[in-house]
Design a binder for this molecule. Sequence first.
Ligand code: FAD
Length: 408
Amino acid sequence: MAEFTMELNDEQKEVRDWLHGFAADVIRPAAAEWDEREETPWPVIQEAAKVGIYSLDFYAQQYFDPTGLGIPMAMEELFWGDAGIALSIVGTGLAAVGVLANGTEEQIGTWIPQMYGDASDVKVAAFCSSEPDAGSDVASMRTRAVYDEAKDEWVINGTKTWATNGGIANVHVVVAVVDAELGSKGHASFIIPPGTEGLSQGQKFKKHGIRASHTAEVILDNVRVPGSCLLGGKEKLDERLARAREKARQGGERVKNAAMATFEASRPAVGAMAVGTARAAYEVALDYAKTREQFGRPIIDNQGVAFQLADMRTSIDAARLLVWRASWMAVNGKPFTAAEGSMSKLFASETAKKVTAQAVQILGGNGYTREYPVERMHRDAAIYTIFEGTSEIQRLVIARTLSGMTIR
Ligand SMILES: Cc1cc2nc3c(=O)[nH]c(=O)nc-3n(C[C@H](O)[C@H](O)[C@H](O)COP(=O)(O)OP(=O)(O)OC[C@H]3O[C@@H](n4cnc5c(N)ncnc54)[C@H](O)[C@@H]3O)c2cc1C
């Protein structure tokens, strides 16, 4: 087990500087354009693929870094560049992790390369869990997958919503109900291969922020996939369902809501994205406050402004520490006895929302215009308190973990 450290090693520093260079030279200059266009920034993803940032190899290297700091460091730098573009770059990773975590070796080898494509023909992937009536309450999911034994095929019907890269993805990973009696324990994940009949894009959402990231509904109308597309395989699923049915029969264990109980390990990564956006806005505000003069002196010469900057930086550093701690715990298999993953995501996302609002205030009228990036950063920051579990759901998870009570 790696000791917890608050300092990046030389190799990590090198990677961080390289990512920072890409974020500063390629992502940041493109941010305003793709925000206005509200389209997937394919040329930027392609640049990221060319240098090796958009690839499973890079992602896996950071993911398996024993210090736990690889992913948070990478996320912070990319999202410092721009949240919408960075999400277009790392969004495929959500689906890839779904396959890595639950797939067989053959599924990993077959599907992950098709999720990324290559630098001359980049592809993206989508992870589709949320539905119109099943957001925080994942157990209410309605999309059904029924096994057609005669053909060894699964037939999937339902509507997914809010899917990052939904409809434009080469490979979709779809979560569906296979046993409605078991709540979220009766869910399974399926690969929907490229060009599968019956899968179509529904509404594409026009969003408040992260507008360079594509978010859409995904309609599944009698989608048929081979048995080999069930992640983990049928045998493993049957065993898992049998265990869950047995527990339900014993009546003891309440079938938990997956959105509330899991994701502890992936939440620090979202916290790190929030730290990146917050740091970006803070830096713009600090520079501005030092150069903008009113009443014959820089505005930072007023405690009212300087103290805000002091608070902003303090919150950002505190958020990063919570994120690094939780990420180290996740990689080293430490139990989250106080929901430390949720804590990190809660604090970092609320910090990003607050700090970007303070940055707009410090830039005054300029902060309110699209001439300055803090306006976009403020819109972008709102997403962190919503996806991967809202702030209220994080508080629920933390409170339940601490108290052992069913808090509503
Ligand atoms: C831009 C974007 C990208 C996304 N990408 C993906 C993706 O790639 N794949 C995917 O599957 N999903 C994705 N999502 C979905 C996201 O995870 C959900 O929006 C989120 O889980 C919240 O669900 P909801 O929107 O249905 O809100 P709801 O669950 O309806 O919540 C509405 C409000 O009620 C509160 N609330 C709900 N239940 C409780 C409770 N028990 N106690 C207290 N408060 C409560 C919530 O905190 C929230 O404030 C994305 C969403 C967005 C906006």
